[in-house]
Design a protein. Structure first.
Length: 510
């Protein structure tokens, strides 16, 4: 009777869900006026419909009801199911599929874990074999790894729900969340050497890692909006573990692992900004990742080669600050420096000086704690040093009109202070800056933003505003370098309070 009742409820819920609209409501600002759209995917194709004012509230209620019913359906499918044993005794069989795995660090077995195959959530941590190889910032107390901290690390490993186009991709893949994608590709990445080995699978690092083995383009194609046949999808891809909110994918180009990343509407400026930032860093001899602009279907993308090798890994600054408890009287900047010093990492302050100066020149708005980090040897766990600077695209007024760029209003700052003027006070030394080498920055910006194909997104007035602002900041920096005040590294005034990446997708709350 119990099974029949559950089956009837599942059938009824499924029928009700099928009658309700899929997708979400987005908003777009055009000439100061807001327009609302219903967006959804149908057979892998993105659909969009303009909404009149009197249609918005009713549609929002229907979409929210669909989400509530879907959650009820998921819970119902996990309801313990009654079965008959051979002795005619009624037993309860839980339908939640538990996947037993070993968390691996390259070839080192770290810990046995149990995953909920339906949600990708770590349900249990069993034997810990190599505590030192647990992800940085995951504590071990009395021989037991902190499950909440490990789940936080595992969730951060997945594609963020705010990624541009991810909702449509999940609908195409018929998945409820991005953590399930982690399980499908064994958690493999091109940023570090962690992965999960299912019990009894016989998989080895040499057989599955993406540094030495080819990977599928299927997930990257779906993330970029390409219609794919569900029955032939290959989930073996590092795109399942790429972070950040801009549309991106990994490609093998001339045998090299390369990251291809887009820009946000309306100006699609981030790919060009990456090239400009790299050019400035080259002139100032700041270690950085080189970028180039490429085009696909009339849209600009930036391309960079993976700077992580098969024996190294990137550890974001966010993981580093989890290694020690921060007291309220210590600034975010000083806490990060203290954590690095306790780990034995050298030359942290000179690196931060250069990163802060760069971000001031380009008015970077998205240097959150996952957008810079450290490199270490994945086998010996030896710290190599600070990673080269990457991800500098959300800068140079990337989402602002020319007047706003010139006024320099509403320019956000991260990772330490909320305003760039305050963050500059953390710089310990300006003597390394060769201002003569910045004399052609105007030419660098103009040539990059005037390249063939860019005219669809850039006009002369906008380029001129970007050039004027960058030059003004360089002049301010030159004056500051000659009259540097006392460094204020431990003041908590104007500290950034949350580690949040820029969200480029339009959202609304009704």
């Amino acid at each position: 009777m119990q099974n029949d009742k559950i089956l009837n409820q599942i059938t009824e819920l499924t029928a009700r869900i099928s009658e309700l609209p899929k997708g979400y409501i987005s908003k777009k600002s055009i000439s100061g006026k807001l327009y609302y759209y219903h967006q959804w995917s149908e057979k892998g194709q993105k659909q969009s419909k303009y909404l009149k004012d009197d249609e918005i509230e009713a549609l929002s209620e229907q979409i929210n009801l669909r989400k509530e019913l879907q959650e009820q359906l998921r819970n119902l499918r996990r309801t313990p199911k009654a079965t008959k044993s051979s002795g005619n005794e009624t037993k309860i069989q839980n339908e939640v599929a538990i996947m037993k795995c070993t968390l691996m660090h390259k070839r080192t077995a770290v810990a046995d874990i149990e995953l909920d195959d339906a949600t990708g959530f770590i349900q249990k941590i069993n034997t810990v074999y190599a505590p030192a190889h647990l992800p940085v910032g995951v504590p071990v107390r009395r021989g037991t790894a902190d499950r909440a901290a490990l789940n936080e690390w595992w969730t951060d490993r997945s594609i963020p729900a705010s990624r541009s186009g991810i909702r449509e991709a999940l609908e195409t893949l018929e998945l409820s969340n991005t953590k399930i994608l982690l399980v499908r590709c064994y958690g493999l990445s091109l940023s570090d050497q962690y992965w999960i080995c299912p019990e009894g699978s016989g998989l080895t690092w040499d057989k599955v890692n993406f540094f030495d083995n080819d990977f599928s383009d299927d997930i990257g194609d779906v993330l970029f909006g390409t219609n794919k046949k569900m029955n032939v999808l290959d989930f073996s891809s590092p795109d399942n573990t790429s972070d950040g909110n801009l549309k991106k994918r990994w490609k093998i180009i001339d045998g090299k692992r390369c990251l291809v990343k887009g820009g946000s509407n309306p100006f699609r400026q981030q790919p060009f900004n990456e090239v400009i930032a790299a050019g400035i860093m080259e002139r100032l001899e700041i270690p950085h990742v080189p970028y180039a602009v490429t085009w696909n279907k009339g849209a600009p993308y930036c391309v960079c080669e993976d700077f992580v090798a098969d024996d190294t890994e990137l550890v974001p600054a966010w993981r580093i600050i989890q290694t020690r408890k921060k007291d309220k009287s210590t600034s975010v900047y000083q806490h990060f420096v203290n954590c690095c010093e306790s780990l034995g990492v050298k030359d942290v302050v000179p690196f931060l000086d250069r990163m802060i100066v760069l971000d001031y020149i380009i008015a970077n708005e998205d240097r959150h704690l996952n957008n810079f980090g450290l490199l270490r040897n994945a086998e010996t766990l030896e710290w190599i040093g600070m990673a080269p600077i990457y991800d500098s695209g959300s800068s140079l007024g990337y989402d602002k009109v020319a007047g706003q760029i010139r006024a320099e209003r509403d320019v956000e700052c991260k990772p330490f202070k909320k305003h760039h003027a305050e963050q500059l006070k953390l710089v310990s030394d300006f003597n390394w800056i060769d201002f003569e080498r910045l004399s052609d920055v105007e030419e660098l910006i103009t040539n990059t933003l005037s390249a063939e194909g860019a005219k669809e997104y850039m006009d002369g007035n906008r380029i001129k505003a970007i050039v004027e602002t960058a030059n003004r900041r360089i002049q301010n920096l030159m004056q500051l370098s000659m009259t540097q005040a006392q460094v204020q590294t431990n003041s908590t005034e104007d500290d950034v309070e949350e580690n949040i990446a820029q969200d480029y997708s339009p959202k609304m709350t009704l």
